[in-house]
Structure formats: C-alpha cells, structure tokens
Design a protein around this ligand. Structure first.
Ligand code: PLP
Length: 469
C-alpha cells in the first residue's frame, strides 16, 4: 500500500519531541495538509520499523496502535520486534572485529517472548537471579548461553547455576568466591568464574542510581584488591578463573569510561597471568550502551566497536557484552488513555490510566520519556501527565509541552521497552498490565493483563497458624 511519511514523523524518530513548541502545532497542520496533497510513495521497510508516524498518526511495524488498544485495552506495553532485531544486528556488526558474544541483560525486559526473539538472533543472556535463570531456561537458553552476575547470590542460586553448567559466573567479592569454592566442592564440580572488577571510573549517567563502576559502590571487587582475590582464586581447587568482568553503569554514551575500564581490566589480566593464570579466556565488558530518550545522542556503537577492537583485539580474549537498554529500550512504548483533564494551582493535569506502578522510571530515576498523542489534534498545552496512583510522585512527565489530548485519546510514552514492565508493581492493588509484541502488521499478547483475582491469589484471609517449637 502506498504510504507517505512527513518530516514531522522523521523528527519523532530522531528522538525529538513531537509538538514540543507552539510553532510545532502550526507545523503539524501544515505538514498534515502537505502530506495529504503530496503524491503517495512507498514507505521503505526500514522506515516502517519500530515506532513512526504516517499522516501524523503513530504506528509500529506497520500496525495501528489504535487497533491494538481497541483489541487489548490500555494501559499496555507494546514492543516492536523489528526494532529489537535491528539493534541486535547493529551491535553485532559493530563488534565483528573481535570474537564476541552478546549476552542480553535479562533485567531490562524479561518477557519470555523478548528472550525468544533474542535467542533466535544468537544472543546469550546475562542474569542476576535464580528467577532470571528460570526465565532464560524457559525461553530455551542452555547453560552455556548464560553469564550469572549479581552482588548477592544465594546458595540455592549457586547450586542451580552449577547444576545447569552456566558459561561463567561473575563473582563480586572475596567472600562470594569462597562460597562458590565450597558449594562447587560439595557438588563435585568446578565453578567457572570471572572476577567482577570495580574499575573505579567516574561516569556521566543521567542519574546517580545508574552508576555502578564508581569507587565505593557495592558492585564488584575494588580495583586494587582484585589481584589478591585472583591469587586466592588460582589456589582454589573448585574454581576455574576464566575471565574478568566490569559494568561501569547504564545509559552511557561516551567511550571514555569503557576505554579507561578496559585499560584497567587488561592491566589486571597481565598481572593475573604473571601470577600463574592459564585459563583466562573472556573479557566481559558489561552493558550500559545508551539509547536516545529525548534529544540526547544514543551511543555510537560503531565507534564503541572500534574502541573494543583496538584494545581487546591484540589480546586474543573473547569479548562478552551485556546490553539491556540498547537492545530493547526504544523498541517499546507504554500505551495509555487519557481519563480526565484537570486544573489545579494554575497548572494543567492530564490524568491517564497508567501510573507509577506501571512505569516507575520517571518517579524513581527522574527519567525523561517523550509523551505523545497517538493521533495529535494539532493543539498543545503545558501539563503534568499523571496517573491514578495515590502518590504525589505518581507522574509520567512534569511540566511538559504535550499534545492537547482529551479524555479517551491515546497517549504513547516512548522508549519504555527497558526497565518498564519489569519494574512494575501491584501498588494500589492495580493489576499488572499486558505486554504485546508487534511485528510486520500483526500483534500478539505475550503477557495477559492481570485480573483482580490475581491480586489475592497467593494471599490468605486467615493464616495457617503454626506453633513455635
Ligand atoms: N550488566 C550488569 C551487571 C548490570 O548491572 C546491568 C544493568 O544494571 C546491565 C548489564 C545492563 O545495563 P544496560 O541496560 O544499561 O545495558
């Protein structure tokens, strides 16, 4: 079918907010009129991938968001299969100069269907809990596809990981290392570990909570203690020291933190080799690659790949990367409907049916998500976009220039594919919402919306009292 795509739509896909000034509203009208008058041309496959506009209306992978909302209700998370595939292909190509494997960081979006898409692309996974291990297995990943990270692994999780034969365990402290030795010994196995080093690099992330590789954080082994811990590991009967690992933080768009961190890891690799290590095979350089939420630049992955190739190429080590957000962040929206409009204290409020329990990032990280009407009316307002949760911190955006959306209108909260649904809760006894995959003109529900009965399914009106012995 012939399609047109106006300049306004391209602005949207470049990460700029649609309708962000009054002049934009006029431009919408002009663009829409022009679009209507322009001879239709075919929209290319890549233009129709992910979220984009046609005739001013927001679509995904050739599919009408309005139709999906009609079918599955709101709020709902919608994910573009094409966008995930494209991001994966781009990163994999960028790293083609070194032996590497992408281990998708399950915490970003752990839906089974998302895991299935990534597995089909050849990805492994990075997990941080027994629950994520279970999900990974349920999606068809084998032990060799799994890297096990996390600062507080329990004995149960250790036993499960060793039984499954995970590829590598990222160990975060000397005490944890000793525990692995003990558990593996008891099971008659060897634990293949990498030491997670805190490279102590200051990174410029949008929020302090997304920094992990800075001195004094709970993550990783302090840089200047790693050699001592490595020597200990080399002397342990049930431990194979096969790698070094770092994760400097999240939403990082510069190469410098990676360059500095990698330099430190490679220095350690030489020292550990001198200390007698013979099995070092992997360099896990973590995740953290940035996407564009607004006008900020996403990471230049090709440049990132070049840095990795220059530094790691000569060592012959295999590179592991653990991206989460980069693969799924821009592949998702939270689709919500306007319930009410209201004025208070000289401010305008747009009250929508999604709340902080569905998407906590704005409230928790002060994160910015573009908020756009699916079918803009052309008018615009400055407003707080808030949810129904009984908290003043329940907002999706504050003091925002947005479309003048009326009750019943659909709103898309953009770039919500990572750290969205996975951080959702039932706060205010709100059932968790559905997740939907969209692919080339079709859609499918991959998480059913919870019912009220789900809210109390694990609860008891009366406990089964037990006597303390
Ligand atoms: N690896 C580790 C150890 C992490 O802690 C995280 C995120 O917190 C990631 C990978 C994924 O980070 P991102 O989604 O920013 O790529």
């Amino acid at each position: 079918m012939p399609q047109v795509r106006c300049a306004l739509c391209r602005r949207s896909s470049l990460g700029e907010s649609v309708l962000s000034t009054t002049r934009d509203a006029d431009r919408v009208d002009a663009e829409l009129q022009k679009a209507a008058a322009t001879p239709l041309r075919e929209t290319s496959e890549s233009e129709r991938r992910g979220f984009y506009r046609e005739h001013g209306v927001l679509l995904c992978d050739g599919t009408s968001l309005e139709s999906v909302a009609e079918a599955v209700g709101t709020p709902a998370y919608l994910y573009s299969v094409g966008e995930i595939q494209a991001q994966y292909a781009r990163l994999s190509a960028a790293l083609s100069g070194v032996p590497h494997r992408i281990h998708y960081s399950v915490k970003a979006n752990s839906n089974l269907a998302i895991l299935g898409i990534l597995r089909a692309l050849g990805s492994g996974v990075d997990i941080v809990s027994g629950g994520e291990m279970y999900r990974a297995q349920s999606a068809g990943f084998k032990g060799r596809d799994i890297v096990f990270s996390g600062v507080g692994k329990t004995e149960r999780e250790m036993t499960e990981a060793l039984t499954l034969g995970v590829l590598m365990i990222n160990v975060e402290s000397e005490e944890e290392l000793a525990r692995w030795d003990e558990v593996a010994g008891r099971m008659g196995r060897k634990a293949a570990v990498a030491l997670r080093v805190n490279p102590e690099v200051m990174v410029d992330t949008p929020h302090p909570y997304t920094r992990t590789g800075v001195k004094g954080m709970k993550f990783g082994i302090p840089f200047d203690e790693t050699l001592v811990v490595a020597r200990r590991a080399l002397g342990m009967k049930n431990i194979s020291l096969i790698g070094l690992d770092m994760h400097v933080g999240s939403q990082i768009s510069q190469f410098e933190p990676y360059e500095i961190g990698l330099g430190r890891l490679l220095q350690l690799k030489n020292e550990i080799t001198e200390a007698g290590a013979t099995e070092l095979e992997y360099l896990d350089i973590g995740g953290g690659l940035a996407v564009s939420y607004d006008e900020e630049h996403p990471v230049d992955v090709e440049g990132f790949g070049a840095v990795v190739e220059r530094l790691v190429g000569p060592t012959g080590l295999k590179v592991i990367v653990e991206p989460g957000r980069y693969l799924v962040g821009n592949a998702g929206v939270l689709l919500t409907r306007v319930l009410y409009r209201k004025r208070s204290g000289g401010k305008q409020f747009v009250i929508v049916d999604a709340g902080m329990n569905d998407l906590i990032r704005p409230s928790h990280y002060n994160a910015y998500h573009r908020i756009e009407a699916v079918r803009p009316s052309g008018g615009k307002i400055t407003a707080d976009i808030v949810g129904p949760v009984c908290e003043s911190g329940d907002f999706l955006g504050l003091h925002r220039d947005v479309d003048d959306a009326k009750p019943g209108d659909l709103i898309a909260v953009r770039s919500a594919g990572a750290y969205g649904f996975v951080m959702a809760s039932n706060y205010n006894s709100r059932p968790r919402i559905s997740e939907v995959l969209i692919e080339r003109g079709r859609f499918g529900v991959v998480t059913e919306r919870e019912q009220y009965s789900d809210l109390v399914r694990k609860e008891r009106l009366e406990p089964e009292w037990k006597k303390v012995t």
